[in-house]
Design a protein around this ligand. Structure first.
Ligand code: XIL
Length: 360
């Protein structure tokens, strides 16, 4: 059972109308219990339209990642039509609230607009110039405002250890990855630059291929400074496997970002609408089990990743109302820390306890 003494104290305190109660741990946001940033993906429009969501975002988190607004298809939907409004708003929000802003994602097969894919396929010289120009334009515009970037997102095939066959790979060969990092580093030498992918925690072959790529980049003096584990994970992925995977990655000496954390019960085949609904209802037992697994995530992160390499833990949304999991995979699930009414779940208290117990 997740301990609830603090919670009960706070409820009593508030119930008695004691305005000068000593603050308990419960009045502290997650961000206050950690010496590395705790983040969330954000849809700024939706956040600003709901005061409860806004207050929770600011109270709990010290880092934000734009869920969609900094993807290429949003920033450059048409040729020569850079669209900065949404991105500028996220940058301003982060600054106003003294949050770290993490940039997601410069090069990503799913984030590349069709017009770019078409031109890449037709003209590799154009592809080469565009890659440099796009990265340079975006990264220099936000130099000093965006702390780090997912420079290449999902470079590996969904399964196994090969590079993903994308328009970029087809046009420029494997070197497109190194070129993207060089361009980002030139545009902002102080930004922390990440290679980010999914299922690294559970697919040893994929992890091996991914870490071989990291090794090659390092050997070639490519300015990569971090590894992102998306961590869209599942209740039945063994914690022992997650620990081993994180340890292997941390051995490269780079920053490790748990960059898109959520934790589901049902399964999917990693493709859109590919969900399989096995759990129809969220029972109290499931809530407890999820809390225990979220709690242990903190312990695993601390055990596997030396302090200096902890870039942070970022949730891909913090409530079960807005989670991408349900519309994307077309399943019902309960992947996050807060429920659909934006009330903290057991998962929240479990994760918080994990932070409290691992503060040193
Ligand atoms: C997702 C968003 O959350 C959805 O709103 C969108 O429809 C699809 O993309 N890996 C990533 C993220 O790197 O960018 C994805 O975000 C989730 C999977």
């Amino acid at each position: 059972m997740v301990k609830s003494t603090n919670r009960i104290l706070l409820v009593l305190c508030l119930g008695l109308g004691l305005t000068h109660c000593t603050p308990t741990k419960d009045s502290q946001g997650l961000k206050e219990l950690s010496d590395y940033p705790i983040g969330t993906a954000i849809n700024l429009k939706s956040t600003l339209s709901d005061s409860k969501k806004l207050n929770l975002t600011v109270k709990e988190f010290s880092s934000i990642t734009a869920e969609n607004n900094m993807k290429m298809f949003r920033i450059l939907p048409q040729e020569n039509e850079y669209n900065w409004d949404a991105t500028d708003a996220v940058v301003a929000f982060a600054a106003e609230n003294q949050m770290r802003l993490f940039g997601h994602a410069l090069v990503w097969h799913s984030g590349t607009p069709k017009w770019v894919n078409d031109r890449i396929a037709a003209d590799s010289l154009w592809a080469q110039n565009f890659l440099n120009e796009y990265i340079n334009t975006v990264v220099s515009k936000y130099q000093g405002k965006v702390a780090g970037w997912d420079v290449v997102n999902e470079p590996m095939e969904t399964q196994g250890g090969k590079l993903r066959s994308t328009a970029w790979l087809n046009a420029l060969g494997p070197d497109y990855i190194a070129q993207a990092f060089h361009a980002a580093h030139t545009a902002d030498p102080n930004a922390t630059l990440f290679l980010n992918d999914f299922n690294l925690e559970r697919d040893p072959l994929k992890l091996e291929g991914f870490l071989d790529l990291v090794e090659q980049l390092l050997n070639n003096n490519v300015p990569i400074s971090g590894i992102g584990f998306q961590m869209h994970y599942r209740m039945d992925i063994p914690d022992s496997l997650i620990l081993k995977s994180l340890e292997k990655a941390a051995a490269k000496g780079l920053k490790i970002h748990l960059s898109e954390v959520d934790l589901i019960f049902n399964t999917h085949d990693d493709s859109q609408a590919g969900g399989v609904q096995s759990y129809e209802n969220f029972t109290p037992e499931m809530a407890q089990a999820q809390a225990a697994k979220y709690k242990n995530l903190v312990a695993l992160y601390h055990k596997a990743v030396p302090k200096a390499q902890r870039y942070g833990i970022t949730f891909w949304g913090f409530n079960d109302r807005d989670t991408w999991i349900k519309p994307f995979f077309k399943i019902k699930d309960w992947p996050t820390l807060f429920d659909e009414q934006l009330n903290p779940k057991e998962a929240y208290w479990g994760f918080k306890e994990g932070l409290e117990e691992n503060m040193n």
